[in-house]
Design a protein around this ligand. Structure first.
Ligand SMILES: [Zn+2]
Length: 411
């Protein structure tokens, strides 16, 4: 049995607390142990407490001296599009010059350009690119990501993307939670209804019979999949045993949050345009909101989701990167913490809860990860600062010292 003792941590941020997602004032309770220590055996946390006590129990454990440093549970990123080919540098430059989405799409950019490159890529090729992305997440202190398909938009290409996720999960320390997002956009030369038929009648069946996804997601938005089409896909997915997530109310207040409440999806994501009624609907069904401030930032937009109102309404808020090549090219959770505080007026403590314990529950893993408590997996990051608030305050550069997954060094 391999043992590890992390000692003399300036702030051991444990997030110990009730065994459920945190809401309201609980989001601010980080259960910090000053001069803390943690004993790890066989990849699991055995004990957490004052460093002096842990040292007594450490025996012949390998010691990490974390003096002057902060230790946090590994970040859990509950919304990413990790597998795709290429990038969107051209779009980025055009947008910087002031071109609209329509002009960019006309010039051959937009989501379709990523779909074409992803379709053309072989499985090993996609895996190599995804491996690079996975490494970026680990570098930023993230140890679990949810990852959506959705740049294939055909039966074989969607399955290819999900297989790449499975392959990646086997070879990287980063844990990948797969979501099937066949309904990310309507492919060219197809009507939306025709494509929804394909998703419901063929894709979902293939995905679930191969056990390639845990969740199903839909891009519910005007010009993509309307309420009725989204309901049809998600209902079919639920019957096949998938849990549900939904892209809702990003570009317009189109009733996505209400549909999430009706179907009792696990999460409703984006919610930039959700109003009080939508917030109340989410609360009535205990749907967790997943807020994605980097996609607002990277598009140069200003309309951030109403995080404060959601917290005050009692929702178990989650924040995530939305890592993707078009609207949010960042794997960095510290960047998201910065945006949550400066743009959505969350406190640093609320942002930490919303990027660790709450997303763990949103991925059905709250009993295994998301906090540093005995019995849980030893997934944690050490940062080169003495106060957890520094992670949010100093921004734009990595403060990561090291990252551990199941007690082994991952970065
Ligand atoms: Zn997304």
């Amino acid at each position: 049995m391999k043992s590890l003792a992390v000692l003399h941590v300036s702030q051991l941020v444990t997030l110990a607390g009730p065994r459920r997602p945190r809401t309201g004032g609980e989001l601010s309770e980080l259960a910090i142990v000053g001069d803390g220590g943690m004993l790890i055996r066989d990849g699991r946390i055995e004990a957490v407490g004052p460093s002096a006590e842990i040292e007594k129990k450490a025996g012949d454990a390998e010691v990490i001296d974390a003096r002057g440093k902060v230790v946090l549970p590994g970040f859990i990123d509950a919304h990413t599009h990790l597998v795709f080919a290429g990038n969107r540098l051209g779009d980025f430059e055009r947008r910087a010059r002031g071109d609209t989405y329509e002009q960019i799409a006309k010039a051959g950019g937009g989501i379709w350009s990523t779909v074409e490159k992803t379709r053309a890529a072989t499985e090993p090729d996609l895996l190599a690119q995804a491996r690079r992305h996975a490494d970026w997440f680990l570098l930023c202190g993230t140890t679990t990501v949810e990852s959506k398909s959705g740049y294939g938009l055909s039966v074989e290409d969607e399955l290819k993307i999900l297989r790449v996720m499975r392959g990646l999960n086997q070879e990287t320390p980063l844990e990948i939670v797969p979501t099937f997002l066949g309904a990310h956009a309507v492919p060219r030369k197809m009507r939306a209804d025709e494509y929804v038929d394909l998703v419901v009648n063929e894709m979902l069946w293939r995905v679930t019979s191969d056990g390639l996804a845990e969740f199903c997601d839909v891009f519910c938005e005007r010009g993509y999949f309307d309420i009725e089409q989204s309901r049809r896909i998600l209902t079919a997915a639920k019957k096949l045993g998938l849990k549900l997530r939904i892209h809702a109310d990003q570009l317009s207040n189109s009733g996505g949050a209400k549909l999430a409440a009706e179907l009792k999806t696990t999460t409703a994501d984006h919610l930039e345009k959700t109003d009080e009624q939508g917030i109340a609907a989410l609360k009535s069904a205990d749907v967790q909101p997943v807020l994605l401030p980097a996609s607002v930032y990277a598009l140069g937009a200003r309309h951030y989701p109403r995080a404060r109102e959601m917290i005050e309404a009692g929702l178990a808020v989650v924040i995530a990167t939305d890592f993707n090549p078009g609207s949010s090219p960042t794997p960095s959770m510290p960047m998201i913490l910065s945006l949550a505080c400066t743009q959505m007026k969350m406190s640093p403590a609320e942002a930490i809860s919303a990027s660790t314990i709450n997303p763990a529950y949103s991925l059905g893993r709250g009993d295994q990860i998301g906090s540093l408590e005995s019995g849980k997996m030893a997934n944690f990051s050490i940062f080169n600062c003495e106060d957890y608030r520094e992670l949010v305050y100093w921004f734009g550069f990595p403060q990561t010292h090291s990252v551990y997954v199941e007690g082994s060094r991952a970065h």
